[in-house]
Design a protein around this ligand. Structure first.
Ligand SMILES: *Cc1c(COP(=O)(O)O)cnc(C)c1O
Length: 445
């Protein structure tokens, strides 16, 4: 569009545009800053002649985000159940409700009967203790790493943490457990070798400087062949505190994942303390779980650092609901029946008929979140042209699929069946865009 008069003259002033009732309402919903940003951007477009001065308010309304937070909900079509970059476990509807209920003023640390202060998060604490009767006491912190930091600080600051060389793991994004532990002021006392560590290696290292033995589950890799490691039961006989970092947050044995250690088994075997994450296999919110002997857990709870790792009231509410509620979305995704997945894929492919070449193919899912490496979960996916991967991610309803074998695989394992129709819509929208643009969808990323 070409403008004859100087467009700057007629661009309406910011306060004038902000007077638009739609923008005033939006300011109440999204906060004034985001609305003002949209107005300023629209004014700029009018100044360059891209839109007419009379269109500024409309353009600002169109450019408003749907919500104040920029985090976008995503449909996880990767087949990876605990995708760390997608926020790991999806919360159950019950946990969601609890989270919303807890958002205002709550009795998180208050006894409504007596009007006195009460133990923070006692509902979640009680639910966790009830789920693992072998634990004498439990405590919850911000995440798995925080649980480990608290444990090593309280038990071994200025002393030694004995750990097998086969368990010096990096958890992801460059974070190494070794660095984390040393940052607490504990010294690492490495024993054994990468592939083999024996009880005698630990026994030889135990001495007056020992703070604790740390047994780390190498959850994100596997060593095969000539290997040996010492289980918690044998270590418990060495007469120093044994901490088992399970990672996964499994509370009790899961037959589907025979190699994943669980809190109940480790405690029964004699561990003094186990640590784990709330948002891995437990299927709850991000949290660090600490379960063990009363004396040890109380020591951690009373440590000054505990306050810095304190868990949020929303987390406590969601965690309790996860523990008390029915099977989680994580559990359902892990245990998804391949036949049911196949039928849902067939239905999706049928719904796409005529829009895009969609083929139902087998697809291996994974636990993810650094858990159960090497384990594949047999399932099904709808295969689309590769260009769809980018287009689906950047579409109106973000869908993250998996690119494999030169195709975009839409795996339904982690998709809530209630979202199947929405997913079909998202794919159709991409198909339409792709046809309209008449160019590969990837070019528009
Ligand atoms: C995931 C993991 C952690 C860290 O837990 P976060 O909840 O991610 O902080 C620590 N140790 C092991 C073995 C893990 O697998």
């Amino acid at each position: 569009m070409t403008m004859t008069a100087d467009p700057r003259r007629s661009v309406p002033r910011t306060d004038q545009v902000l007077g638009d009732p739609r923008l005033r309402a939006a300011a109440g919903r999204l906060g004034p800053d985001l609305v003002k940003q949209a107005v300023v951007a629209a004014q700029q477009r009018a100044r360059t002649g891209e839109i007419a001065p009379t269109e500024v308010a409309d353009a600002a309304v169109d450019a408003l985000p749907a919500q104040a937070a920029s985090t976008r909900p995503v449909i996880n079509a990767t087949g990876v159940v605990l995708h760390t970059n997608l926020g790991r476990a999806a919360l159950s509807p019950l946990a969601l409700d609890a989270l919303v209920e807890a958002a205002g003023a709550t009795d998180v640390e208050f006894d409504l009967a007596t009007g006195a202060r009460a133990r923070r998060g006692r509902g979640a604490i009680a639910a966790l203790a009830a789920a693992v009767p072998a634990a004498e006491a439990v405590h919850v912190v911000n995440n798995g790493a925080a649980a480990l930091v608290l444990a090593t600080t309280a038990l071994a600051a200025g002393r030694e943490v004995i750990i097998s060389r086969g368990e010096l793991v990096e958890i992801g994004d460059g974070f190494r457990l070794t660095d984390l532990i040393e940052s607490t002021g504990a010294r690492l006392r490495e024993v054994g070798t990468t592939n083999r560590t024996k009880l005698a290696d630990y026994a030889d290292a135990v001495g007056p400087h020992t703070g604790c033995i740390l047994k780390v589950h190498p959850s994100n890799f596997r060593v095969e062949g000539f290997t040996s490691s010492v289980d918690v039961g044998a270590l418990a006989g060495l007469d120093v505190p044994v901490v088992a970092d399970l990672g996964s947050g499994l509370l009790t044995r899961e037959p589907l994942l025979p190699d994943e250690p669980d809190a109940d088994t480790a405690l029964r075997a004699g561990a003094d303390l186990v640590t784990g994450s709330g948002d891995k296999l437990l299927g709850g919110p991000q949290a660090g779980l600490l379960l063990g002997r009363t004396a040890v857990v109380e020591r951690l709870r009373r440590h000054p650092l505990a306050r810095a790792l304190r868990v949020d009231k929303l987390t406590l509410a969601a965690l309790e609901a996860t523990l008390r509620g029915p099977k989680t979305p994580t559990w359902r995704a892990l245990h998804a029946d391949p036949d049911v997945l196949r039928r849902r894929c067939d239905a999706l492919a049928a719904a796409l008929h005529g829009t895009v070449a969609a083929e139902v193919v087998t697809s291996d899912g994974a636990v993810g979140g650094g858990g159960a490496p090497g384990l594949t979960l047999p399932g099904w996916a709808v295969a689309l042209p590769t260009a769809y991967a980018v287009a689906l991610r950047t579409g109106e309803r973000a869908v993250v699929a998996r690119t494999e074998r030169g195709r975009c695989l839409v795996d339904l394992r982690c998709v809530d069946p209630a979202d199947d129709a929405r997913l079909a819509d998202a794919i159709r929208a991409v198909a339409v865009r792709t046809v309209e643009a008449d160019e590969p969808a990837t070019d528009r990323a």
